[in-house]
Design a protein. Structure first.
Length: 229
């Protein structure tokens, strides 16, 4: 671990928190809703996920047993606002089958399993990758697992912390080895990275107005900031 990387991780959190304040993630009424949302949010924005979840709630379907009984064709229609609805219906179905076959649909039983075992099992479910699995672990089960998404990698790349070929596990380890293993901290930090990614570290970055602009190495400023002026 480079000393400069640890400094960046620590300082970035303070700057983001001072700018945006607490993010109150994950917005949900139940553990199961978090799980469903983690799958639906793949390749779409949260506004679309909220619409899909609202459809399920309005129909009284947002429970493990009720959703499990729903034909996949009907499920696709309810989650249509989330985009890629046929694919996501299949992924939700695969997760529901895992939940029922492994845990009899009992989330409280599932919560008692250790983090490493749960992560391995989730990654074996069709359509669930590291980001989705870790979102379920962190936001649904309050486990100290840092979630890495596209915003996180983009921010670290632009600040010269990781290269373009950096793997998910490498970036995750960077945060987990630099910070206390505190799920509340991981929760807040990930949400803040999403906030700065949406507001400033876009494909065409707005570096001159970014709360992390002061951390950008001088040698990289010209290459990424000119489009943000």
């Amino acid at each position: 671990m480079k000393k400069g990387n640890r400094y960046f991780i620590d300082r970035a959190f303070k700057l983001l928190y001072n700018t945006y304040g607490p993010q109150y993630w994950w917005p949900a009424d139940s553990t199961f809703e978090v799980m469903v949302g983690a799958i639906l949010t793949q390749n779409t924005n949260w506004t679309n996920v909220e619409k899909a979840i609202s459809n399920l709630k309005a129909a009284g379907l947002l429970s493990p047993h009720t959703l499990y009984k729903l034909p996949i064709e009907r499920l696709s229609e309810f989650i249509r606002p989330a985009g890629y609805y046929n694919i996501k219906a299949e992924r939700l179905r695969a997760f529901l089958e895992y939940l029922h076959h492994r845990w009899c649909g009992d989330i409280e039983r599932m919560k008692k399993e250790d983090t490493e075992t749960l992560r391995k099992e989730l990654l074996q479910v069709k359509g669930i990758g590291p980001e989705t699995a870790d979102s379920i672990l962190l936001y649904a089960f309050n486990r100290p697992v840092f979630v890495v998404d596209a915003y996180t990698k983009r921010i670290l790349q632009r600040h010269g912390i990781v290269g373009e070929d950096a793997k998910y596990s490498e970036i995750q380890d960077l945060f987990q080895s630099s910070l206390p293993r505190d799920p509340q901290l991981f929760n807040e930090y990930h949400a803040l990275l999403v906030a700065v990614g949406k507001n400033h570290c876009k494909r065409k970055p707005l570096c001159s107005r970014c709360p992390l602009g002061s951390l950008l190495p001088e040698k990289l400023q010209n290459s990424v900031s000119t489009t943000g002026r």
